[in-house]
Structure formats: C-alpha cells, structure tokens
Design a protein around this ligand. Sequence first.
Ligand SMILES: [Ca+2]
Ligand SMILES: [Ca+2]
Length: 219
Amino acid sequence: MRCRILTPAIATVLSAVLLVFAVDGTGAPRSEIELSWDDGSAEHGIAGFAGQKLAVGFHAPESALSLTAVRIYIMDDGVVNPVDPDLPTTEPFTVWVWAIGSSGEPGPAANDGYIPFTSSYECPEDIWVDVVFPEPIDISDEGQFPNHAFYVGLEWEHRQNPVVGLDLDAPFSGETWYWDWLSWAAVDTADVLIRAVVSDSSEVPVEALSWGRVKSEYR
Ligand SMILES: [Ca+2]
Ligand SMILES: [Ca+2]
C-alpha cells in the first residue's frame, strides 16, 4: 500500500513554478503564473479511450483572476505517420475546465469543452503543447471557484491517442484524477504533465512570445 507523503511545505515548493511579468497594451503590468505539480520529466505516458478523462487540480493565488491556458505534455507515441513520417500521429482531444465537486473531485464543467486541434496530425508530439483558451476563464467568482480552486484536463476523443506524459518521481500531489466513464478516481502514484496558466488580468490576451504562445506556432 502506498501512502501519501505530501506535506504543505512540499506542496508549496511544487506549486507555482514560473512567474512571467509582462505589460499589456495600456502599459499596466500584469503577471502570469504557471501552476504545476509535475517535475517536468515524463517517465511514462497515459492514454485513454474516447470519453475517458484526465484532470489535475490547482489552487491559484488570490491575485489570479483568470485561467488563460493549459499546458499538456504530449508524448511521442512511437507510431510513424503513414502519410508523412515528419508529421505527428496525434488525434483531436477536448480540453476541459471543471469547478470542484462536492467530494473534492472534478465537478461541474466551467467551459464548453475546447478542441484546440480539429484535424488529425495537427497536435505536435514529444513537446509541451500550450492550449490558449479563446476566452480566458474567470476564476474570480468565489461562488463558482472557492479558494480559486479548479481542475483542468482533457477528454480523449480517439482510442489511446494522444499519449500524455506522466511524472513517476515522488512525492505525488494526489491532484491527478482519472475518469473511467463511470466515476472519478484520484491517482496517488503519479502526477500527470498537465499545467494551468493563470493571469492577474481577465482582459489581456496571452503574450505572443511568452511561454503561453498560441498553438498556431506549432503548425
Ligand atoms: Ca519525472
Ligand atoms: Ca507518432
């Protein structure tokens, strides 16, 4: 049996790994924060069947007003593209945001389900993929997001594709959850490489040259 060894001190170190300061069009300073539970290296991958889902829970700082992007490490699936070997072999997937459910699991959907890549082979492999939401999601409403807590993640639309990176280095946050079609279950032996990007402004688009760059740069 595996026990959870995450302490609040470790949690603080693991969270909020990157601060990016920028200036919006009016000259007002703003900041973006990348929230992470993983160590940046994937020791394994995970893929599901259509309708299964993966989620990671985060608590954003009080100053964060909006969720602007989700970062997902898409693994090399080891399959060569039959059309062009230089192309990836990924299929579309849906990116979700959820509020916290009644038992701490991913609860009500907080977006409409965003499909960042609509065609086969568009999403790159073996790289962090930055999915910037068309409209930032307001997380400032304490009624919907108590303590600025939320889940981000994806739903597979295709069988076993894409493959998402898994960090197998302890300690584990216990914030990774998996939906098997029937219920959510917490994963306490891995942290999936899915991160959330929050901003102190809900009005300003993500900087084109920041790490939260638009997905079109990968195409
Ligand atoms: Ca690792
Ligand atoms: Ca491939």
